[in-house]
Design a protein around this ligand. Structure first.
Ligand SMILES: CC(C)(COP(=O)(O)OP(=O)(O)OC[C@H]1O[C@@H](n2cnc3c(N)ncnc32)[C@H](O)[C@@H]1OP(=O)(O)O)[C@@H](O)C(=O)NCCC(=O)NCCS
Length: 245
């Protein structure tokens, strides 16, 4: 298949509008930091928002932002995704020169998953970093099969390996195959609070008592507190580092 990279497009909207099954569970659209900042990506960094087209169809999208980091990557923060979105925007607004590219989202149209397209997108991110003179790409990765094992700590899950020594998780495997290094989990990568009514709407479930609930698509249980009328989901991700050759 021939791919074309299209830059400067609000690609997140286009892929969601394609009418295919949703790529993200509904609650993922309610991260506070994301909702306060997502559109700024397209104002401040249009050149690093891109789509992959094949036969006039958008088959994948990617969103990135540059930021400045001069410490060890082992010290990347626990607030992973939320932190890096705020950091990149603040660096830009304060004229701090970025030296690292961060991948925020890679999504492949359902009809085209399993064809290796995500690797094309990761390679394109690395190539954008190279064009900008950056040495590294970081990604707070959302392991794609973790939601099937919500009770297993992410620290254990990321160590699961197949017989060939590659990660059990297919999305982590893509990164490792491309030379990516698993740095460490970021346990508070996203914070998604909502009222009980909102969580019932997002999950199509009913919550009759306070407790921890396993919810489809969530990487760990969601804490529901009826007395305080709040449900809280703190998503764990994994910091992955790609070195630009
Ligand atoms: C994660 C995602 C980007 C991977 O994209 P992709 O182009 O389908 O990935 P690939 O075709 O390279 O497949 C990668 C591996 O996953 C496997 N895979 C693909 N779909 C799978 C599924 N539904 N279940 C299990 N494994 C699957 C492939 O077989 C491959 O494994 P291999 O190493 O044994 O060859 C894509 O599934 C997606 O967009 N998911 C929804 C959004 C998301 O979670 N994005 C990532 C967080 S930013």
């Amino acid at each position: 298949m021939q791919y074309k990279v299209i830059k400067n497009v609000p690609n997140h909207v286009k892929l969601q509008d394609k009418g295919t099954s949703k790529l993200w569970p509904e609650f993922m659209f309610h991260d506070l930091v994301s909702n306060a900042n997502w559109l700024k990506l397209f104002e401040l960094f249009p050149e690093v928002q891109f789509s992959l087209m094949a036969n006039d169809e958008i088959i994948g999208v990617a969103n990135c932002l540059p930021y400045f980091w001069d410490k060890s990557f082992e010290e990347l923060p626990e607030r992973g995704w939320d932190w890096v979105l705020e950091k990149g925007i603040n660096d830009k607004l304060n004229n701090i020169k970025a030296n690292t590219l961060n991948g925020l989202q890679i999504a492949v149209n359902k009809e085209h998953q399993g064809k290796g397209i995500s690797s094309v997108i990761v390679k394109e991110m690395i190539s954008i970093a190279r064009d900008n003179g950056f040495k590294y790409v970081t990604i707070p990765v959302r392991p794609s099969l973790k939601s099937k094992y919500p009770l297993i700590p992410i620290d254990n899950y990321i160590k699961w390996e197949r017989k060939d020594g590659l990660p059990f998780d297919p999305w982590l495997r893509v990164h490792v195959r491309l030379g990516g290094k698993i740095i460490k989990p970021c346990h508070k990568a996203m914070y998604i609070p909502g009222t009980i009514a909102e969580w019932e709407e997002w999950t199509k479930m009913k919550f009759f008592e306070t407790g921890d609930y396993v919810i489809q698509g969530a990487l760990k249980p969601v804490k529901i507190n009826l007395e305080k009328d709040i449900g809280e989901y703190i998503e764990p991700n994994v910091w992955v580092l790609h070195e630009v050759d």
